[in-house]
Design a protein around this ligand. Sequence first.
Ligand SMILES: [Fe+2]
Length: 233
Amino acid sequence: MNLERERQLIARMGARLTVERDLRDFCAHGEIVSALAVLVAKALGEDEAFCEEIGVAGMLHDIGKLELADVIYGHRDDILAVERSKYVRMHPTLGIDVLRKEGAYSEDVISFIANHHENCDGTGYPHHIEGDEIPYGAKILRVCDVFAALVSNRTYRAAFSVDTAVEMMIDDVREYDMRVFLAFLRVVYGPEFASVKALIDRALTIEVDDMPLVEANAVAASHGEHAGDRGDE
Ligand SMILES: [Fe+2]
């Protein structure tokens, strides 16, 4: 799948980032979510046109964060965590404006991105919608985004293994569309997952700052199921 236009958009907007690693992380995360979302859509029997759209949406799902690059990636100590989190929660909506301005994306792609943090049990954001109020493609992105975050290093914790990530997601399964989640499980434990695993392993080679990585399981035990700790904000 050709995501050149999307990579160029990220590079253009990513020029606002001051730390190069943040841009590499951003791209690596987008590539993983995109590749996984396409496999999940195929496993759900979706046609090529839908798979193309979900792949594009996967790559660009967090594009709104680059509009707030200074606050979110500015490594500033004058911004409180709670304040930063308020801004982070604006990114799905900001993504709509970015993509409308680009003029090259369908309303489906835009709605998938606008709703990629909504949960089926109504605990997501920004609108706390639930179940079938959430666009189908957004439900696919949600599952893939959480998984991609869990299997990636974060500054405050090491990446979880694929099996641990799946177990953690099963604990929170109310948040996901069950049909989508079952298709996701078939993909993760099926032969095609190797291509996504290669992207995950490559992302893990991106150097994390000198900050020590906490033993992943210790973090899981002490922090429970808070989304911020899961790393899929
Ligand atoms: Fe996001």
